[in-house]
Design a protein around this ligand. Structure first.
Ligand code: SAM
Length: 219
C-alpha cells in the first residue's frame, strides 16, 4: 500500500516522543504546521522523475521524507550532522517503504568535498537550517550548475536577502523568485528559489565551522 502523509505524521510523532526529534511544542504541530509547510513547495515545483534532490539539515526528516513520499520516482538524499537523528530518519524511511530515500550523516562542509556529493544534485531543499548567507555556502557545494535551491523562510526574509548579496555573487547562487503562502492558522511563510549559475570555486565551502563563524555577509 502507498504510504501517506498521515502515516508519516504518526511515525514522526511516535519517533519524536522516543528520541526527542522535535521539541515537545513542535511535536504537537507536526500535522498542522510542519507537514503542510514541508509539502507547500509542491505548489511551485514538481520534482522531475529520475532527478536528484538533497535535503540539507533534514533534522527529524522534514521536508525530505514528506517530499519523497509524494514523489517516489525522484531520488532524495537526506543529510544532517546529528547521527542519532539520521538513524531515526533512515528507520522511518524503511518503515514507510520509501525506496527513493538515502540518508547521510555528516557536516555539509565535509560532504561537499566528496566527489559523490559535490555539485551532483538537481535541487537542494533547506527548511529552518541557517541564515541565507550561510545557507548559500552550504547548498552551493551540492548543486549542479543550473540546479535550484528552495529555502523556507518567514515573511521577513528581505533583510537576509540583502545580507546575502556577496554570497550570491561569490558562490554563483542567484536569487530568482519567492513564493508566498499561508499555513493553517494564517501564518505567513515564504519559499525562496535560487539558481546555481556557475561552477563553485574549489575554495568553497570553507572548512568546517568557518562558514558559520565568518559568513559571507554583505554589510
Ligand atoms: N529541516 C528540519 C525541519 O524543518 O524540521 C530541521 C531543522 S533543524 C532546526 C537544523 C538542522 O540542520 C539540525 O538538525 C542541524 O544538525 C543541521 N545542521 C546545521 N548545520 C549543519 C552543518 N554544517 N552540517 C550538517 N548539518 C547541519
Amino acid at each position: 500500500m502507498k504510504p501517506t502523509l498521515q502515516k508519516l505524521q504518526q511515525q514522526l510523532e511516535q519517533t519524536s516522543k522516543e528520541l526527542n526529534l522535535f521539541s515537545a511544542g513542535d511535536r504537537l504541530k507536526i500535522g498542522d504546521k510542519h507537514l503542510p509547510d514541508s509539502v507547500a513547495v509542491l505548489d511551485f515545483w514538481t520534482p522531475a522523475d529520475g532527478s536528484r534532490v538533497m535535503d540539507i539539515g533534514t533534522g527529524g526528516g522534514l521536508p525530505g521524507l514528506a517530499l519523497a513520499l509524494s514523489h517516489p520516482k525522484t531520488s532524495f538524499t537526506l543529510v544532517d550532522a546529528r547521527e542519532k537523528k539520521v538513524r531515526a530518519v533512515r528507520d522511518m524511511a524503511e518503515e514507510l517503504g520509501l525506496e527513493n530515500v538515502r540518508t547521510v550523516a555528516g557536516r555539509f562542509e565535509e560532504l561537499a568535498r566528496e566527489t559523490k556529493y559535490r555539485e551532483q544534485f538537481d535541487v537542494v531543499t533547506a527548511r529552518a537550517v541557517a541564515s541565507l548567507p550561510l545557507l548559500l555556502e552550504y547548498a552551493a557545494g551540492f548543486l549542479k550548475v543550473g540546479g535550484s535551491l528552495y529555502a523556507w523562510k518567514g515573511p521577513d526574509y528581505e533583510t537576509e536577502l540583502k545580507q546575502a548579496k556577496i554570497a550570491q555573487a561569490e558562490l554563483g547562487l542567484v536569487y530568482k523568485e519567492s513564493f508566498a503562502y499561508e499555513l493553517p492558522g494564517a501564518e505567513a511563510r515564504v519559499i525562496l528559489r535560487f539558481e546555481k549559475t556557475k561552477k563553485l570555486h574549489p575554495a568553497y565551502p570553507r572548512r568546517t565551522g568557518v562558514p558559520s563563524s565568518n559568513p559571507l555577509v554583505s554589510k
